[in-house]
Design a protein around this ligand. Sequence first.
Ligand code: XMP
Length: 321
Amino acid sequence: DWTPANIVADSVASIRKEVGDSRVLCALSGGVDSAVAAALVQRAIGDQLTCVFVDHGLLREGEAEQVERDYVAATGVDLVVASVADQFLGHLAGVTDPEQKRKIIGREFIRTFEATTRQIADDRGIDFLAQGTLYPDVVESGVGEGAANIKSHHNVGGLPDDLQFKLIEPLRTLFKDEVRAVGRELGLPEEMVNRHPFPGPGLAIRIVGAVDAERLAILRRADAIARHELAASGLDGEVWQFPVVLLADVRSVGVQGDGRTYGHPIVLRPVTSEDAMTADWSRLPFDLLERISTRITNEVPEVNRVVLDVTSKPPGTIEWE
Ligand code: XMP
């Protein structure tokens, strides 16, 4: 029987058999796949697992806390957090080119992950690396979900020789909806289980222009409003992804109360898709779009305009960078 409970029982048995009393490391990205993979391994071998979370400061509102607090509470995993937001922001300062941003973030992520891992490996002796690779990733090394899929995500040839581990990929026979069901079975926070795909470089590629702490804060607030209203409308499942983008170098004139404003536009980019290779813009209800727009312009003072992206992919991409 293909039930979540059976999948969990089978995986737990095979992980125990494979790992024995060795130690396992897993990188958490905040996304579903790595969270479920690590929770399965934790269920199987408990404290023989150590998780690493690189908090690069580019996640959305509440996501770091979800990993550091709610996920740990739900699973009991041994978590090592590398809080390196300042380091990432330092390297990103003044950088506007999207591919340059990706390079910097990929490089800094690997550096941080390596340093953290080396420390843990020295302390505890690590034999295995668990990754949240799904069946579709196996078939066509497709779009990685985030930092957890270290190799495909950052296009690096893997870790240095002294950090080569045996891989365990407990989700490699599963599709996304099965992974979500397993996550629920394991008691993971619902926000994590339901999370839409989110790019590894995070909010850095949703700020058109240079990234800094202030711009991140603006985008985070606007994004949180859009996500909240979408969830409240019950239409989460109708949307593949809902990028919210800050046009940080664009200003336009507006009026609020008695005063003229000169603020930034926020772009809403809700899309439907099967696999992110092609996409269409979501026909979200006007009343939902209106609530999102009103709340963002009321609650985020730096934003005086909200626009909707009505471009399919192709010719547009899902992200703006
Ligand atoms: P585009 O914008 O190319 O995105 O239509 C297709 C899918 O890939 C995600 N994406 C990324 N994911 N690192 C990632 O892990 C990246 O650099 C990256 N760029 C885009 C995007 O969110 C969408 O799901």
